[in-house]
Every structure is written in structure tokens, then in C-alpha cells.
Design a protein around this ligand. Structure first.
Ligand SMILES: [Zn+2]
Length: 157
């Protein structure tokens, strides 16, 4: 049994609007990503044999090949490792959304794990590598299942 990870379950921040618009594509829920997109809390897969963290999830530990894996809550915090400002829309639904940013975030509490997301609530010119960020979730409803999604984005702290 592992001690509970510090988390921000009591402090979930919800965005009023989706960063890339309400009609933009939603993630397809699967067993390995359901924790990430529905809990309003970040969950990362850990190996119970060697404690390696893995995101996105896999069926076998990359380090020790164990299949004894579990999802654990981590703090919704991280650091911007890379960020780009997109000027050219790569999808018609993004035509009126440019410029927008896409960042790589190293996840606190999950060594070696990076997530990709958007930095919200900041002037695009104020976003930079090395900034500390915290998760902020945007609500969406899966039109097929009717299930509520809570999609992580990031804001500077
Ligand atoms: Zn392992």
C-alpha cells in the first residue's frame, strides 16, 4: 500500500469555457485514459514492483516488465518544459482560435512523465519554459455517452 499522494481534490478549478472552443474534438475515453479525463484530478500509472511512473499508461512496466500496475493520484502541479504558440490552424475548428499555445508539462510527483496541454488564463507572451503551473479543468460532455469530462489544462502559479 502506498501513502496517498498530495492532491488538489478539494481545490478543483473549473474553467468557464473550453480553451479551444466547445466544438473542438474530445478525447475518446478508454480504460487507460479514463482516470485522466474524468476525475478532476491527475492520475498517473505507477509500477507496484519498481515504483516507476508512466504517462500515458501501458500494459507492462517499461523498467522491470511487471504487469502489477495501478493508477495513483498526483498533485496537479508541474513545470513547463516546452511551449509553442500556434499561428496556423491545423484543423478547421481552430481557425478562429489562433494564436493558441501547446505546452509540454513535466508532472510533479511522477518523475519522467510529461503531459501535453494548453496554458490558460495567461497572456501568450507571458508563458515561458520553467514556469510552475497547476492543473485547471475544462468541462465537456461526451455527446455519445453523455459522460462528463474534466480535461486538464494548466495555468501559471
Ligand atoms: Zn516496474
Amino acid at each position: 500500500m502506498h501513502p496517498a499522494a498530495p492532491c488538489c481534490l478539494d481545490e478543483i478549478s473549473i474553467m468557464a469555457n473550453r480553451y479551444l472552443g466547445d466544438s473542438f474534438l474530445l478525447p475518446a475515453l478508454e480504460p487507460d485514459n479514463r482516470h485522466w479525463f474524468t476525475n478532476g484530478q491527475l492520475h498517473v500509472q505507477f509500477c507496484n514492483s519498481c515504483d516507476a511512473a508512466r504517462y500515458p499508461a501501458e500494459d507492462v512496466c517499461f523498467r522491470c516488465q511487471s504487469t502489477d500496475l495501478e493508477f495513483r493520484a498526483i498533485a496537479g502541479e508541474g513545470v513547463i518544459e516546452s511551449v509553442v504558440e500556434v499561428q496556423h490552424p491545423v484543423h478547421p475548428l481552430l481557425a478562429d482560435r489562433v494564436p493558441y499555445n501547446v505546452a509540454v508539462i513535466s508532472l510533479s510527483g511522477a518523475p519522467g512523465c510529461n503531459a501535453i496541454g494548453n496554458i490558460v488564463n495567461s497572456d501568450e507572451t507571458d508563458v515561458s519554459i520553467g514556469q510552475n503551473v497547476r492543473a485547471i479543468f475544462e468541462k465537456a460532455t461526451d455527446p455519445e455517452s453523455g459522460e462528463e469530462l474534466l480535461i486538464p489544462n494548466w495555468e501559471a502559479v
